[in-house]
Structures are given as structure tokens and as C-alpha cells.
Design a protein around this ligand. Structure first.
Ligand SMILES: [Zn+2]
Length: 355
């Protein structure tokens, strides 16, 4: 018999936390065979926020938890059973298009075809029409912020919130993950304040339900990143996920586009993630990375906060660290692109260790 992940009805908890002073968690108990120990376990999965977001947490749907664990289930070949309903439109899109197509076209990774088992709900959820995007500090992220920030003349699409989550970690040490997260959060909050946007900080423990070293977690991450928007379905109406590449690189088969992850088919993934309440967009797929750099380099916000380096957050948290190391592959790539685009001021700040 095929193995199964069982997600309990979601519930809300207020408890002391070492992440936020006043914390609230959207939780569900997840029962599954732990892929790292092969033991059957029942563990609490949670999305943790500042308590001001309590009224926006959606505990009547399983959407956040199903999407948070979907890539793990597909990697392991486990079906998912949920005790609270999932949004009907989301169920239709996942079971008709996303799961069969991604599993068929990624045999190497591999991603398996799985079943989703549980009730559906197509009723509307009242929400506050917030427009949000995730934040990494990189070029793609800033392109979304500048494009949909103060210059956006369509009120419905204008950015109101920045989401900073703890996803996409390659670490499995809770203490280190929390330290790294809180260190970066300070920088995100300062940037958001200057951009006149509110910060939604979300710490979650989704990584605990993935097979180490988190290949599926970090290769097929748009569903996990989007899961935070489902947790806040009473707040968020539109969610932009920044695209890492142009539409010309689209392929469902990651083997064909060596060096890329699932962001190359985000336009497909995100179209399957929409619900009756929530719309996702792949922001930036309309242009190349070099076009994005040209678009953002004159912005003082970008010149101050652009952070492309994957290693800067691992520096000693007690020392005054820099946003970019200026010697790793990502930093050097961006330095070259800035040189080509004539981004003098930002080039100097990025390259200060080299000079
Ligand atoms: Zn670097």
C-alpha cells in the first residue's frame, strides 16, 4: 500500500517563542514516515508570525500545509490526506495539471505522481486585499519591489507587504537556522521601512518534513514559498513570486536546463496555485536578468540593500558584517553585470572588499 502523509485540522496557538516577542502560530499535526529516520512520527508543523497577524490566519483550510509539504510528498511518493478542506480550485489545478505534469517531466529528480485525499471548499474567504511578495535581497526580488512599489499605477496590484520567511535553508540545525533568520530579518525590516512597506516575518519548520539534504525543498520551492500566502488568506489577495529567469528559458524538464531549479516553470506552477481567494504572479519573467539590473540600479533603496551573496548570512552574527562577500560566484556575476550596466555607486559598495 502507498504511504500517506496525514495533515490534521489546522489550529492556532499562542505560546512563548524565541523568534518573536509576541508570537502566534498556525499549526497542524503531520503524521508521516520521517524520510531521515524511517520512523512513523506525528509532529507539529507551524507557520509562526507576530501576533498582530493572528486575525488573518486561515485555520479553516488545509491549503498552507498541503502546499508546504507537496514537494516532499512528491519526492517521497507519499499521498497526502487532509482533515480540513482544501480550496476546490487549487485541488483541481494540482491534481489535473501540476502533479501529473511535473512528475512526468522530472523522472531524474525524481518527482512522483501522488493523490490528494480530503474534502473541497469553493467558498470565498473575506480578506483585506493586501499585495505581497517574498524577499531575498537579490536582483529578482528588488525588480519586483521597484516595479510594483510606489511607481505602480494600478492600485489593485500595488505592493503593500514584504514577506520574509525561513524557507530554502540548506541547514538542519534549528538554532543556527533561527540565528541566521533573525539576523537577516533586521536588514529586511530596515529596507521595508524605507520602501514604505510592512514586513510580514514568518518562521516555519517545513524543512523538518523534507529529506535531508533538502533537494526537493530547495529545487521545487515555489509551492513552499507560496504556502505562507495561504496561511494568511484573510490578508493577502495577490502574491508575487520573483522569477529567476525569462520565459524563453521555460521548461518543465529540469534536465534540459542544467543549473536551474523549478523557477524556470514558475509561470506554470503559479497558475496552478491560484484559488478563489488568492492570485499568484511570476514577476519578472517578462525580461532578462540584465534588463532587471538596468531597471533597478539607479534606485537608492537598491544601492543600499542589494544583497546577492548566499554566504553573507553565515558570517559571525556578533560582528558587523557586509551584505555581499564580493568573491563568490554570485557576487562576481553581479559585479560584472553592474560593470556592464554602469552601476558605479552600487558596484563600489558591492566590491568594497576587493578594493
Ligand atoms: Zn558573495
Amino acid at each position: 500500500m502507498k504511504k500517506k502523509i496525514i495533515i490534521s485540522k489546522p489550529f492556532i496557538e499562542e505560546e512563548k517563542s524565541d523568534i518573536f516577542k509576541n508570537s502566534v502560530k498556525l499549526c497542524a499535526h503531520i503524521t508521516m514516515e520521517n524520510p531521515n529516520t524511517q520512523k512513523l512520527e506525528k509532529k507539529k508543523c507551524y507557520f509562526e508570525f507576530n501576533r498582530e497577524y493572528k486575525k488573518y490566519l486561515c485555520d479553516t483550510r488545509s491549503d498552507a500545509f498541503v502546499m508546504g509539504i507537496l514537494s516532499s510528498a512528491m519526492e517521497l511518493g507519499y499521498d497526502i490526506e487532509f482533515k480540513a478542506p482544501i480550496s476546490e480550485k487549487l485541488y483541481y489545478q494540482l491534481t489535473t495539471y501540476y502533479i501529473p505534469m511535473v512528475s512526468k517531466h522530472n523522472p531524474t529528480y525524481p518527482m512522483h505522481s501522488i493523490k490528494l485525499i480530503g474534502d473541497l471548499d469553493n467558498t470565498k474567504i473575506e480578506n483585506s486585499k493586501a499585495v505581497a511578495t517574498g524577499y531575498s535581497g537579490g536582483v529578482d526580488s528588488f525588480y519586483t519591489i521597484i516595479k510594483h512599489g510606489k511607481i505602480c499605477d494600478i492600485a489593485t496590484n500595488k505592493l503593500t507587504h514584504i514577506v520574509f520567511n525561513s524557507n530554502c535553508t540548506s541547514d538542519n540545525n534549528e538554532e543556527r537556522i533561527k540565528k541566521t533568520y533573525l539576523k537577516k530579518l533586521e536588514e529586511v525590516e530596515a529596507m521595508a521601512k524605507e520602501a514604505n512597506l510592512k514586513t510580514i516575518a514568518c518562521y516555519n519548520n517545513l524543512y523538518e518534513f523534507y529529506k535531508f539534504p533538502f533537494r526537493a525543498f530547495n529545487m521545487f520551492y515555489s509551492t513552499t514559498n507560496g504556502s505562507i500566502a495561504y496561511a494568511l488568506q484573510k490578508l493577502i489577495k495577490i502574491y508575487y513570486i520573483s522569477s529567476g529567469g525569462p520565459i524563453s528559458e521555460f521548461s518543465l524538464d529540469l534536465d534540459r536546463i542544467n543549473g536551474h531549479d523549478s523557477q524556470v516553470f514558475d509561470v506554470f506552477t503559479l497558475s496552478c496555485m491560484n484559488t478563489e481567494n488568492l492570485s499568484f504572479y511570476s514577476s519578472g519573467m517578462e525580461c532578462r536578468r540584465i534588463d532587471k539590473i538596468e531597471y533597478i540600479i539607479k534606485e537608492p533603496l537598491v544601492q543600499k540593500y542589494l544583497s546577492v551573496c548566499p554566504y553573507s548570512s553565515f558570517q559571525d552574527i556578533n560582528k558587523n558584517s557586509v551584505l555581499n562577500c564580493s568573491i563568490c560566484e554570485k557576487c562576481l556575476r553581479t559585479l560584472t553585470e553592474l560593470y556592464v550596466c554602469g552601476g558605479g555607486k552600487i558596484l563600489q559598495s558591492l566590491a568594497k572588499l576587493l578594493m
